[in-house]
Write a protein that binds this ligand. Structure first.
Ligand SMILES: Nc1ncnc2c1ncn2[C@@H]1O[C@H](COP(=O)(O)OP(=O)(O)OP(=O)(O)O)[C@@H](O)[C@H]1O
Length: 639
């Protein structure tokens, strides 16, 4: 036997889910750490090995990037064919479906995620899936169904209504862990939506639904790590009516907070002993905050004391890894076969855990030719269109991860530090959803294997969120609300229109910058932004900023960064921004990624005619340096 059998025997309940026939409709419910994800990967293996389904006939959908990685990571360790199953988020699947209709990348690029999902729902109803190359799947697997709400829920229902006379289904979830309710803006509707999909499944498949509950917990190995588990049932039973839920949810939230009070306090992050303990811990640990404001401030404080850590990316971010650019530049050929790829792979910066054969199969999934080869031009296009499969974007293994609870859903760590949440009574009653707060705290407290600690909440009174640009920024608080001293950095802040070209200083020719990015820029390195000159390209943006790594220019900020910064600085149609920070400090390298665009451009810059290059991706809370606000920082000249 293969896979996890070497590690443990599935329980009878897990075994029952795993071994259902391929055309069965199975609903598995379970609490945290009951082995849902593990069971799903073994289920996939069973469907292929025993039920003899082709991996291409299985559609695996899940809500978040983290789940994609958890599931593909585990499937990867199973037998060969199982690792060929593609796991996708609902959004990625919807986009791929639309690209098989009259839609193009350009026509979709102006649409937000929800609109794409709605279009995909229409496409399903119009019979598009039947006409695609893959046709109907034989089996649909859906993980984390508790977070299927709003337009995504409608899409999956449309899909199942159309597919299921013929196909089997395995869905797993836990309502107590539903944390993405904010997809539905209206608080009243949101409460009712929680658990709706599960009810729909139960009603739609009345006659032949096999419902199995996985009762054990395999994650928590200590009493502290298990402390929240006993609250699962009361959370699952919270009324769906908002008014009625409020009282009950407040009570459970209080109990969970009190339980968190009984686990050890991790101490002050400014204390050198505490820092040493974070630095020296050998296992995996996570610090989980309720909002990104908390996470950004904690990360800033760890940066100050030099504690290495990684910020968990948003559920949707999927950077193309740097080795993809290296691959496209390693050969002049447009098409390559697997043997050639395997020959090239030792010289590509593949991450340690990635098997080159698996990388090959995943690449072929996006840019394969009919005769089994890989078309590198098509691969570059997939990068430019951000269509590279999620599983290639895995983050480097880091021992310490800082994350919001949302981004950590479905993950587990040896040690977890949960930021002590506010009491619900301290929050704005009109805007807070007590049931959602309870579930978020429950998810946070059920992530550890061994140790659960609490951590004092950082002071976030000066952090504000600008809803329009969807970023946190640092204001002057109530006394000086228009002051600005910093802004959150996002995945869209680096220019992807062209490779970094330098500003005419020695060592800043494009090829040299690329070389430097490939060899000297690493995840977690500090960088700063410097204003390059004083002339904004248009009225609603700031002048450009260069990205500097140890005084070397490695990239330029994007237009989106400039206009968002302009807005954060108070820019409005009626208000002209005249002063810009000369520097933005405190940012870090999230990763060095592959960006892509016109082949003629890279050719002209001496980077080969492939159209792919390296670009840094930034993260963290940037702090504004207001010296020289009206003039250029020292050492810089108008070009
Ligand atoms: N039968 C089993 N025996 C021993 N360990 C198991 C068994 N099933 C799962 N595990 C282990 O338990 C841990 C939790 O499993 P998994 O992450 O699949 O749970 P989950 O239900 O998806 O969790 P959550 O819903 O909290 O994200 C994993 O480390 C897994 O290897």
């Amino acid at each position: 036997m293969t896979g996890f059998d070497a590690l443990f025997e599935p329980t009878p309940a897990q075994q029952a889910v795993i071994t259902q026939p391929y055309d069965a409709r199975t609903l598995a419910t379970a609490g945290p750490g009951a082995g849902k994800t593990t069971t799903l990967s073994l289920r996939l293996e069973h469907l292929i090995e025993v039920e003899e389904l082709d991996p291409a006939d299985i559609l695996v959908l899940t809500f978040s990037q983290a789940a994609v990685q958890a599931l593909s990571g585990r499937a990867d360790r199973l037998s060969g064919p199982t690792s060929r199953v593609r796991v996708q988020t609902f959004d990625a699947w919807a986009t791929a479906l639309l690209l098989q209709t009259e839609h193009t990348v350009e026509s979709l690029s102006g649409l937000d995620h929800d609109s794409r999902i709605e279009l995909a729902t229409d496409a399903i109803a119009a019979g598009v899936v039947e006409k695609t190359e893959q046709g109907f799947p034989a089996h649909v697997v859906i993980d984390e169904v508790q977070d299927l709400m709003g337009v995504r829920r409608l899409m999956v229902e449309a899909l199942l209504e159309r597919f299921t006379p013929a196909c089997g289904l395995t869905v797993v979830g836990d309502i107590a862990q539903a944390v993405y309710g904010f997809q539905v803006a209206d608080l009243e509707e949101r409460n009712q939506e929680t658990g709706w999909f599960l009810t729909w499944v139960r009603n739609w498949f009345t006659d032949d639904l096999v419902e199995i509950h996985l009762g054990d917990n395999f994650r928590a190995r200590t009493a502290d790590a298990a402390i929240a588990l006993s609250y699962g049932d009361s959370i699952r039973q919270l009324p769906t009516d908002r008014a009625r839920a409020e009282y009950a949810a407040n009570a459970v939230h209080d109990s969970l907070r009190r339980a968190l009070e009984t686990v050890p306090d991790f101490g002050d992050l400014d204390d050198p002993f505490v820092q040493a303990s974070l630095r020296e811990f050998e296992g995996s640990s996570a610090i989980l905050g309720r909002t990104n404001a908390e996470v950004l401030l904690l990360s800033e404080s760890l940066n100050r004391s030099g504690v290495p850590h990684r910020l968990q990316r948003s559920a949707r971010a999927r950077p193309a890894p740097a080795w993809v650019a290296a691959l496209t530049q390693a050969t002049e050929m447009v098409e390559i076969a697997e043997d050639r790829f395997l020959e090239l792979s030792p010289n590509l910066p593949l991450p340690a855990g990635l098997d080159p054969r698996r990388a090959w199969r995943t690449l072929r999934g996006v840019a394969g030719t009919r005769n089994g080869r890989l078309n590198l031009d098509a691969l570059v296009r997939a990068v430019a269109e951000r269509r590279l499969p999620e599983e290639l974007s895995a983050s480097a293994e880091t021992r310490l991860v800082l994350s919001t609870v949302h981004r950590a859903k479905g993950l587990e760590f040896d040690r977890v530090l949960v930021v002590k949440p506010r009491a619900l009574t301290e929050l704005d009653a009109d805007r807070v959803d007590p049931s959602a707060e309870v579930r978020a705290l429950f998810v946070a407290m059920t992530r550890p294997r061994d140790d659960l600690f609490r951590l004092t909440r950082p002071a976030t009174w000066m952090m504000r969120k600008d809803a329009e640009v969807d970023r946190w920024y640092v204001s002057g608080g109530r006394h000086n609300p228009s002051a600005r001293s910093g802004m959150e950095c996002t995945e869209f802040d680096v220019c992807h229109e062209a490779p970094a070209m330098g500003v005419g200083l020695p060592g800043e020719d494009s090829a040299e910058i690329q070389q430097y990015l490939a060899t000297s820029v690493h995840e977690g390195d500090g960088i700063e932004l410097r204003r390059l000159h004083d002339l904004p390209e248009s009225t609603a943006e700031t002048p450009p900023y260069g990205i500097f790594h140890q005084d070397r220019l490695i990239g330029e900020t994007s237009r989106r960064f400039r206009s968002d910064l302009w807005r954060i600085l108070g820019g409005r149609r009626t208000y002209e921004v005249r002063r810009w920070p000369c520097r933005v400090t405190g940012l870090r390298i999230d990763t060095v990624e592959t960006a892509a665009g016109f082949a003629a451009l890279t050719e002209r810059l001496g980077l080969g005619g492939r159209g792919a290059w390296l670009a840094p991706r930034l993260c963290g809370l940037g702090r504004f340096d207001w010296t020289h606000a009206d003039q250029l920082p020292e050492g810089h000249h108008h070009p």
